[in-house]
Design a protein around this ligand. Structure first.
Ligand SMILES: [Zn+2]
Length: 878
């Protein structure tokens, strides 16, 4: 699975979804403990082997009507009852081997006593007739009075333990079964489920029955049911059907966003030496999805946000490939081989994250892969809550197992392993792991064992520090040159605090020393808290690179002089080393030499990631020479993903008439929508004289998916001009596109702060059926600081369609209103919308891009908790 914010981490997208998600951010600061998943695998009484699942739907009541027949085999002698997971479902009838049977329901369980204690190996066929209105697991997205044209959709989300909210079953990963899914739906609908489509037959009364059969066993959290008004595009890979589905009316967006899927299946099949194992590969894009993507066996579900408008799609270098490669990678790691318990979920998520970079490397080249990895490391280090937790852990009651260690660090660890044992050995180990464990559930030891068996490389110490241990090395580095001995004396200290699960690291590191006669590479083995390595050097070095290319998950403080960083910025061969130089120079005292060098990088570095980072840094440094360089870069022909960062960086230069004029002109007219959106948002922060008119015009004009309108609506908040109130009221109203509404609500809350009518209007959105509008309203009210909103928030607390987890978010905002914030970002528990949280507060000047980055770091850290909370939120009301 991947969550929406995680998916966009490397893109710096100013997509509308960002705001709503940002608004969710602060939930976690105030949230009390969440109901946790079970950390250890259950003991089993039976082996569920096959389920035949027949479902019908009552759309008016959002009800599922089901009959499921489970075929199971007893595992333990004397088993006196069969227990299924079942929550909120009305069980109507149970038969055991076709005879009516007694049953009882207890909290979250359906219990079926067996007449006599059953013996191991004894087989049972249990049929359950039931119905229910699922509060999670299955979601009904239907047209309503405000959105009468919305295509109807029903979809499910099983991970982690939500399948039993719509299907009584065994709901933990450590069992595997085959399925038949029989779905009776309106005749004009399409359905998608696991496995092969056997047939579609007429069911009378304007209905059709779709019959799907999955013959490769997988766990129940990977069962999927999608039905609704969809359109389909067909493709193939080696004769296997590869299909893409979009909600009706958006089929033209499928090929441009998803067309690289067969190439990915081919790449992964070749790399792993194990071909794609399922009978087909479907990707269904659904509206209001509660995650970014979910890797259901042979049939992934993705958010319809991934259906980027064909005119915008070319403005994103890697498009949706991170999402596509992640969920596809899970078809091997997660679906074919499945973690036995949630404590080992990195065996699913770490691999899927690693494979995003493997695809980037193969398709977009080394620089792109390096940049993703370099960013990933920075993000992980900034997520302080991950630091003292190992990747494999079973103590996640107060947090979530789906955290930045399972994803980001897990992916990094696999990358390091590949680098240390070599590409060939690594994939030999992976092949062994997949072949030996195919169709089974695994723990981390199974991976270590397979690698050792295939390569004879002992990886115990590697796993011990990186997977079972916590933290990562934080190096403090310096060197001197001994001209007499012709030696560089490289002093390496491990500065991380050794405590708890964080120890000293033993890592092989590549050191490159460049002198006038060229570069030389040396391998050193770091293992102690403080070591000095003497390394030969013909003359005083021009550049010393510790961990050349950035192959170790680490942070490093390398004490170098300015001239060394300048040399490194210009001459280092690998992206990571040049990007490190940009960061280091940005922290030095600004002078014209540094600015000129960063300008040169912004113009000429071959890697876009380094150019974009140079833009961020110049924006941060400020001053006339920096703005001149950025203005020139905006005029250059660079890619939209760089120019949007340049436009954003220019938002820092207040009272610079040339900057305001240029941003105004780009906002109105440019080849790149992303550059225009960046300019619109920068203008709000500059608060220049013509900004209102520019933003107003952008709201009136059309652009693909309202991309520019939403950027302008978002910019009215920071601009702070009360004239925008009527416009924002108009665009926040029901019936307008959800992305525009959340942008408008967010900005509206920041204007006319003593106007009670605005508060009232925003409070009215609290009862909206649309999850994102409701969330935007909750956080907008908290940030607005008008205590008259408290009764509306309190009333919402009593509403019967809230999950218990939503309460703490609302309570956090009420607390915020009762005790106004002290102005420090993040100081106030429960504070939260993006605009408020990181707004200019008189202290640090943060650019939108930096705010975005900071927010994304926090989101990265919390996104999986977010995901698990989102999943538990109620579906929209009609
Ligand atoms: Zn995933």
């Amino acid at each position: 699975m991947i969550s929406e914010p995680l998916r966009n981490t490397n893109h710096h997208r100013s997509r509308p979804a960002f705001l709503a998600l940002a608004a969710l951010l602060a939930i976690f600061i105030a949230a009390p403990q969440l109901p946790a998943d079970e950390p250890y695998a259950r003991s089993r009484d039976y082996d569920l082997q096959h389920s035949k699942i027949a479902l019908r739907f009552d759309l008016d009541q959002k009800k599922v009507i089901g009959e499921v027949t489970h075929s199971l085999s007893i595992l333990r002698d004397g088993t006196a009852k069969i227990v299924f997971d079942s929550t909120g479902l009305t069980i109507q009838k149970v038969t055991v081997n076709k005879a009516a049977a007694k049953f009882e329901t207890a909290a979250e369980k359906l219990i079926i006593p067996l007449a006599a204690g059953a013996k191991a190996g004894e087989k049972f066929e249990i049929t359950i007739r039931y119905e229910g209105k699922p509060t999670k697991g299955m979601y009904f997205i239907l047209p309503d009075k405000d959105y009468p044209d919305r295509p109807s959709q029903i979809w499910t989300q099983g991970e982690s333990e939500d399948t039993h909210y719509y299907l009584p079953t065994y709901d933990y990963p450590n069992d595997r079964l085959t399925t038949e899914t029989i779905l009776t739906v309106p005749a004009s609908w399409i359905t998608v489920s696991n496995g092969k489509l056997i047939g579609v037959s007429d069911a009378g009364k304007g209905l059709k029955t779709w019959y799907w059969k999955e013959s490769v066993p997988s766990s129940t959290y990977l069962i999927t049911v999608v039905a609704g008004e969809f359109e389909e595009v067909k493709d193939t890979w080696r004769g296997i059907p590869v299909t893409y589905y979009a909600p009706k009316g958006r089929a033209d967006r499928l090929a441009i966003n998803f067309g690289r899927t067969p190439a990915m299946i081919e790449l992964f099949s070749k790399k792993f030496g194990v071909d794609y194992a399922w009978e087909k590969y479907a990707q269904v894009m659904v509206d209001d999805f509660v995650a970014g993507g979910m890797e259901n066996s042979s049939a992934t579900t993705n958010t319809s946000n991934s259906l980027v408008h064909p005119k915008l799609a070319p403005e994103y270098l890697t498009g949706e490939d991170d999402l596509i490669s992640h969920e596809l990678g899970h078809q091997w790691f997660g679906d074919l081989v499945t973690c036995k318990d949630w404590g080992d979920v990195w065996l699913n998520e770490g691999f899927a994250t690693f494979l995003e970079v493997v695809w980037s490397e193969a398709h977009f080249g080394k620089d792109q892969a390096d940049y993703e990895r370099w960013n990933g490391a920075r993000e992980w280090f900034e997520s302080s809550s991950l630091w003292n937790k190992p990747i494999v852990r079973h103590d996640f009651d107060d947090s979530s197992e789906f955290d930045g260690n399972a994803y980001g660090k897990g992916g990094w660890v696999l990358y390091m392993l590949r680098h240390q044992i070599g590409e060939d050995a690594f994939y030999r180990g992976i092949k062994q792991y997949l072949e030996v464990n195919r169709g089974k559930n695994v723990v981390t030891a199974d991976l270590a064992k397979a690698i050792e068996e295939a390569t004879h490389a002992n990886v115990d110490q590697f796993f011990s520090q990186w997977v079972y241990g916590a933290g990562a090395p934080k190096f403090d580095l310096s060197y001197t040159y001994d001209a007499e001995k012709r030696q560089v004396m490289l002093a390496v200290k491990q500065a991380q605090k050794v405590e708890g699960r964080v120890g000293l690291f033993r890592v092989p590191v590549e050191v490159e020393i460049t002198t006038a006669s060229g570069p030389k590479l040396y391998n050193v083995a770091v293992s102690k808290d403080s070591q000095t390595f003497p390394l030969p050097a013909e003359s005083a070095p021009l550049m010393v690179l510790f961990d050349k290319g950035g192959h170790v998950l680490k942070s490093a403080e390398f004490h170098k002089e300015k001239k060394e960083w300048l040399y490194q910025l210009k001459n280092a061969a690998d992206l990571a080393d040049r990007a490190d130089a940009v960061v280091a120079l940005g922290k030095m005292k600004t002078d014209e030499e540094v600015v000129a060098a960063l300008g040169e990088t912004l113009r000429n570095d071959k890697a876009w990631g380094v150019r974009a980072n140079a833009a961020d840094t110049l924006g941060k440094l400020g001053g006339a020479s920096c703005s001149k360089l950025l203005l020139a870069a905006l005029d250059s022909n660079d890619k939209p993903w760089v120019r949007s960062r340049v436009a954003t960086a220019l938002g820092n230069f207040k009272d610079d008439a040339a900057v305001a004029a240029k941003l105004n002109s780009v906002a109105k007219q440019d080849d790149s929508y992303r550059a225009r959106a960046g300019a619109l948002q920068a203008l709000g922060r500059l608060k220049g004289p013509n900004t209102f008119a520019t933003l107003d015009a952008a709201v009136s004009a059309d652009s693909p998916d309202g991309f520019l309108r939403n950027a302008a609506l978002r910019s009215f908040g920071p601009l702070g001009d009360d004239k925008a109130v009527p416009l924002l009221l108009q665009w926040s109203a029901a019936g307008k596109p959800i992305d525009s509404r959340t942008a408008a609500i967010n900005s509206l809350a920041r204007l006319q702060k003593d106007n009670k009518d605005i508060t009232k209007q925003i409070a009215a959105y609290l009862t909206e059926p649309h999850f994102r509008v409701r969330m935007a309203a909750i956080y907008a009210l908290g940030g607005r600081g008008d205590a008259t909103a408290i009764p509306a928030l309190e009333a919402l607390l009593k509403s019967d369609d809230l999950s218990i987890e939503m309460s703490p978010m609302i309570k956090g905002q009420i607390a915020r209103l009762k005790k106004p914030a002290d102005g420090k970002p993040g100081a106030n528990a429960g504070s939260g919308d993006a605009g408020e949280e990181f707004a200019e507060d008189g202290g640090e000047k943060l650019s939108t891009e930096q705010r975005l980055e900071k927010l994304e770091h926090l989101l990265q850290e919390m996104s999986e908790r977010l995901k698990s909370m989102e999943k538990r939120l109620p579906p929209p009301k009609p």
